[in-house]
Design a protein around this ligand. Structure first.
Ligand SMILES: [Zn+2]
Length: 270
């Protein structure tokens, strides 16, 4: 079929939840591997009785709209975890998108030299505390600023899966757009910990992280980050402080960067 990418594939990671990714971005040498490893780009399709929900366009392949509609066999609602360009590939294929409006300008204006999305779909607002009802399954929306101001996570009550975007992830690029003090971010992670779920799936890893990973994140950010001496820089981002823990092929890996200018006591967890 025209336009349909041959590189897209999907895996049902939980009943009615599909991880969709590209064979071209694999964590290991095997294209469809779900192992921890190198960064990938994933989208998640959650299928309910009435409709389905597609979380993120973090797969750099055309044809996601067709692919997911065919897979779900019902209308697909597109939700973005945040507005970064590596989460909005081929967004123009869609007529409507739901996201937190704090990230709207990232899409409308473009960022880091990336052009704005044109034509831009109609943007609908999602906020912390909202629920998305797919018929027989309900997802809770959490807004946790840190990676971006409008970063959201979805919790599927039925399968006890947290879809975390780039917020609870083994690689965390922190505070590039606006800066939220790290103690505030950790308080948000604590709030998540109080929710009922078992596993976390993020946008750039295909492996499931156990809920306990949240506690590790909090501990690394609290105790290890303030002492890190490693620095990292990337064109356009300026100098960053970097904390690396473990190796990418283990679940306990953590790689976090924070703009160096924010590494002062008032922003860190004390
Ligand atoms: Zn991002």
């Amino acid at each position: 079929m025209m336009n349909k990418s041959e590189n897209l594939f999907h895996v049902e990671i939980m009943r009615g939840i599909f991880l969709i990714s590209s064979l071209c971005t694999s964590p290991t040498t095997e294209g469809s591997s779900l192992a921890p490893g190198n960064p990938t780009g994933n989208a998640y399709l959650v299928v309910g009785k009435e409709r389905a929900l597609l979380f993120d366009l973090a797969v750099n392949e055309a044809g996601m709209r067709e692919y997911t509609q065919e897979l779900a066999g019902k209308p697909v609602q597109l939700v973005l975890s945040h507005g970064h360009p590596d989460h909005t590939y081929f967004l123009s294929e869609f007529s409507d998108v739901w996201m937190h409006l704090a990230d709207e300008k990232l899409i409308r204006d473009g960022m880091m030299g990336m052009p704005p999305v044109t034509p831009c779909p109609t943007i609908h607002s999602l906020q912390d505390g909202d629920t998305l009802d797919l018929g027989d399954r309900v997802l809770d929306v959490f807004n946790i600023p840190g990676h971006t101001p409008g970063s959201i996570l979805l919790l599927d009550r039925q399968s006890k899966v947290l879809l975390s975007g780039d917020t609870c992830a083994r690689r965390l690029l922190y505070g590039m757009t606006d800066f939220v003090p790290l103690h505030v971010f950790c308080e948000s992670l604590r709030r998540l910990q109080a929710q009922d779920f078992d596993v976390i799936y993020s946008a750039h890893d295909r492996c499931a992280l156990p809920k306990a990973y949240l506690e590790h994140m909090i501990q690394w950010i609290t105790h290890d980050l303030p002492h890190t001496k490693e620095e990292w820089s990337f064109p356009g981002l300026g100098k960053m402080a970097r904390l690396v823990h473990g190796d990418p092929y283990s679940l306990r890996y953590f790689d976090m960067v924070v703009p160096l200018r924010y590494m002062n006591v008032s922003n860190l967890v004390t």
